[in-house]
Design a protein around this ligand. Structure first.
Ligand code: PEP
Ligand code: MG
Length: 571
């Protein structure tokens, strides 16, 4: 009997395949002593041997798919597994203290991890991260609960998970993972955003998909309407195959607009640009007719690895993006870590409210050694194209001034060393915090541009966690409170001869687009797959109509009233 679950449409398209459940094993163990130390040593040796085989296979695959540089981390992990200085003390502990294998492994590896982490030496800190990763794998084998790596999925599946972290999502191979559905998460959670860049249909926040489907059952993910169907009937399968075909046909229609300008029916031009997470996303930007990059989320360069990326690595990535986009603008955002984007190797303390905590620019200004490496890489890349720098999560003018001063200092050093840097580099900020929207007139005198990050601006204005589906009804882009803040920012920038873009998900939303055109937004930055539908929509409306509608909307009482007005006039 088919089951239908409703969630949040996170990434468009329809996918149909067998369910694959991502299980995160419980690695807790009892710490009782053993009567048979020899047996525990055999258990440990077997777990080490299986882990070695697994890592060799992963290393081989990574080497073939991604190259030597990415495979190196697994070579380092293999070295840890073979290191007698680590393995011997574990065995010693089993024989001397009669600890069971799991306990001995955890205690010894924890001891090495804390010792290496406390050293003021980058190399030793990397080794700590390697040991932590490897010991988790070995522990899983000792407990008989092996960890499945998402990168190893080799058949067409729909991935079902309680939640997916951004680094889980980054590992997905879209040739095999045709779609995914999760229990938790919202439309602006980062795994949803990444699914859109990767063009993988996804539904998040279903609350109970992991309880509703068994591995191997047929599942349909409808990323257009936010539904997941488990074990569909033949009629349902046929209906969704038809819906899939219709969507493909619609995409072909949109594709005709790929090289057309982004103009309204009455000739007003705006910029339609894309949000990207890695240089690999540029292919999607070009295929979808993007006129540049309005947000490059650089944190993905820092994730899914064990150490900070070097200046050289960052320079190469940024240079590649600006070079590939040629004349087109590329707005690169400095590191925005925190919230739902974690970097385990920074070992930041757990916080009660990570979205309100030590994150993004706050962390970068404090850890300025790390920040300056990124600034230097950006400055060097600026000589190769139309690069603009943007600071995330700015709450006060002082933060902007401090960040800008560091940028100027690094620029002066590079210039003194004879390194070429662009001399008309624009430096702007994201408007994600209500204080900054309200202070836009003051900011506009100092920044070169604004980019409104509505994913966070809405969460902070409405006090509603963007990851929590229980309060997702408060994610209201059309609420007059949000529209008035957006208007304040756009008006303030224009008064100073500056421009305003928007890189939150609202910029690609069909109800919001007419309102934003009416409010005078200059640049719309969105998931690449939203660009062509947006261009099609723009070509059918006039600026005059849009302006009139926006003015009425600003005075309305509720988000629903605004939505009804726009729907009646434009959709
Ligand atoms: C935003 O907050 O709107 C934004 C674009 O940044 P992120 O989604 O990465 O937090
Ligand atoms: Mg944000």
């Amino acid at each position: 009997m088919a089951k239908k679950l409703t969630g949040i449409a996170a990434s468009s398209g329809i996918a149909i395949a067998k369910a694959f459940r991502m299980e995160v094993p419980d690695l807790s163990f009892d710490d009782s002593q053993t009567d048979d130390p020899d047996q525990e040593i055999v258990k440990l040796d077997q777990a080490l041997a299986t882990s070695t085989e697994e890592l060799e296979a992963i290393r081989e695959k990574t080497l073939n798919d991604l190259g030597e540089e990415h495979a190196e981390i697994f070579s380092a992990h293999l070295l840890v597994l073979r290191d007698p200085e680590l393995i011997d003390p574990i065995k010693q502990k089993i024989s001397d203290d009669r600890s069971n294998a799991a306990k001995a492994l955890s205690e010894v590896t924890d001891m090495f991890v804390s010792m290496f982490e406390s050293m003021d030496n980058e190399y030793m800190q990397e080794r700590a991260a390697d040991i932590r990763d490897v010991s988790k794998r070995v522990l899983a084998h000792i407990l008989g609960k092996p960890i499945v790596s998402l990168a190893e999925i080799q058949e067409e599946v729909i991935l079902l998970a309680d939640d997916l972290t951004p680094s889980d999502t980054a590992q997905l191979n879209k040739a095999f993972v045709l779609g995914f559905a999760t229990d938790i998460g919202g439309r602006t959670s980062h795994s949803a955003i990444m699914a859109r860049s990767m063009e993988i249909p996804a539904v998040v926040g279903t609350k109970s998909i992991t309880e509703s489907a068994e591995a191997g059952q047929t599942v349909i993910v409808d990323g257009l309407d936010g539904e997941v169907i488990v074990d569909p009937s033949d009629d349902e399968l046929a209906a969704y195959r038809k819906k899939q075909e219709d969507f493909e046909a619609q995409k072909k229609e949109w594709a005709k607009l790929k090289n057309e300008p982004s103009v309204t029916k009455d000739g007003v031009q705006v910029e339609l640009v894309a949000n990207i997470g890695t240089p690999d996303d540029l292919e999607g930007v070009k295929n979808n007719g993007g006129e540049g990059v309005g947000l490059y989320r650089t944190e993905f360069l820092y994730m899914g690895r064990d150490e900070l990326p070097t200046e050289e690595e960052q320079f190469e990535a940024y240079k590649k993006v600006v070079e590939e986009m040629g004349e087109h603008p590329v707005v690169i955002r400095t590191l925005d870590i925190g919230g739902d984007k974690e970097l385990p190797y920074l070992d930041l303390p757990k916080e009660m409210n990570p979205f309100l905590g030590f994150r993004a620019i706050r962390l970068c200004l404090e850890k300025d050694d790390m920040f300056r490496v990124q600034l230097r890489a950006l400055l060097r890349a600026s000589a190769f194209g139309n690069l603009k720098i943007m600071f995330p999560m700015i709450a006060t003018l002082e933060e902007f001034r401090q960040g800008k001063a560091m940028l100027e200092e690094e620029k002066a050093k590079l210039v003194a060393d004879g390194v070429q840097v662009s001399d008309d580099l624009e430096v702007g900020i994201m408007v994600e915090i209500p204080s900054t929207a309200v202070m836009a007139p003051q900011f506009a005198k100092e920044v070169d541009f604004f980019s409104i990050g509505t994913n966070d601006l809405i969460q902070y204005t409405m006090a509603a966690d963007r990851m929590n589906e229980q309060v997702s009804y408060l994610y209201q882009p059309y609420n007059p409170a949000i529209l008035n803040l957006v208007k304040m920012v756009i008006d303030a920038s224009h008064k100073e001869g500056k421009w305003t873009g928007m890189c939150g998900e609202m910029a690609g939303d069909e109800v919001a687009i007419p309102l934003l055109v009416g409010l005078g937004l200059d640049e719309f930055s969105m998931s690449a797959t939203s660009i062509l539908p947006a261009r099609s929509q723009l070509s059918k409306l006039t600026k005059e109509q849009a302006k009139q509608t926006a003015e009425e909307a600003l005075q309305m009482n509720t988000s629903e009233e605004v939505k009804a007005l726009v729907t009646e006039r434009f959709l």
